[in-house]
Design a protein around this ligand. Sequence first.
Ligand SMILES: Nc1ncnc2c1ncn2[C@@H]1O[C@H](COP(=O)(O)OP(=O)(O)O)[C@@H](O)[C@H]1O
Ligand SMILES: [Mg+2]
Length: 346
Amino acid sequence: MKALVLGNLNYHMLQALQKAGVEYEDHNPLELYLYVSESINGYDRVYDGRAELDKPERLKIKDFDFILPRLSGQLEHRTVILEHINQNLGVYSPQTATALKTASNKILTTLKLSQAGIRTPKTVWAKAPAHPEYIIKNMLDGLPIVVKTVHGSQGAGVSILETQLSANTTLESFHKCEIDVKMQRYIDGGFKDIRAIVVGDKVVCSMERTANKGDFRANLSKSGSGRSIELSKEDQEICVEANKAVGLEHSGVDLMKDKDGTTFAIEVNGNPGTKIIDVTGVNFFEHLIEHCIRKAGGKPKQSAESDGKSSQVATPVVKQMPTSLSETDQALADLKAGKKISEYWY
Ligand SMILES: Nc1ncnc2c1ncn2[C@@H]1O[C@H](COP(=O)(O)OP(=O)(O)O)[C@@H](O)[C@H]1O
Ligand SMILES: [Mg+2]
């Protein structure tokens, strides 16, 4: 089996590819040339267009059994390349371009969750909210409210508005600056939320995150802390359904619980962060690659499930992770060069 890693290859993914015995090529979609032929029988192509090459090199697309997208940043160009290789050239991907774009858009995600009958906090979307007091009091259960920019991630673009004056002036500023935001009821979840990784129809690991002191956002990238937890069957189902609702076969789903224990789906991340791997000891890429191998008609060497590496039967792994960015780069380079994973991780 051979995988096309589209986007950022990280060492956990590399470790999982090596463990599964899957060959790979990794390409930055921004360095690929998309070629559409004039033939009505197909023959579309992709070229490696890295500047250091004397001439573009054609990618042997037929050699790839599946795509592993790891797309971050502006998705527009990146997802066109994904769509081309996935839909025009027929290589299986657990994440389609359309689904990734839906997941990256916080209002489209809310609509899809609602369409699928999944509970999400009361949300108002308005281009020019001329009645902020009415909206907050009558539609969002009063102050505080949460506002989110449509394409934010890692907590950036998510704010809390605690007074009517700050709400009025902030919403006016967003409107004048032409920044689209959604307004949402504030869920009093004790500054905690849940991140669960879904692969196919399973939650493979999950953690509870607690916001850093002085913040309400529990993102680990905002210095929140995480601990491995086991989700109830009902919450696992919500995650699996949320992943499906946006059209993905793999994602990181965020949940929140209010004081009476009601669960709300907050968002679906197409490019979930890898810190959950350190927190839970579960390398979710192993599950993802196994899923892709099966979808591509192959047989996984060893099942990540039977390996005991699901959080629901979590066995924390003793690791010696690279600690700095340069160490991480070195580790990735060594692994690519074929050095043994065990030198770094066990
Ligand atoms: N409606 C809400 N009420 C209270 N806290 C919220 C609400 N929505 C989000 N949060 C907090 O803010 C964090 C970031 O919000 P989220 O919608 O997941 O955006 P991002 O893509 O930036 O992670 C969540 O992890 C959660 O801790
Ligand atoms: Mg989030």
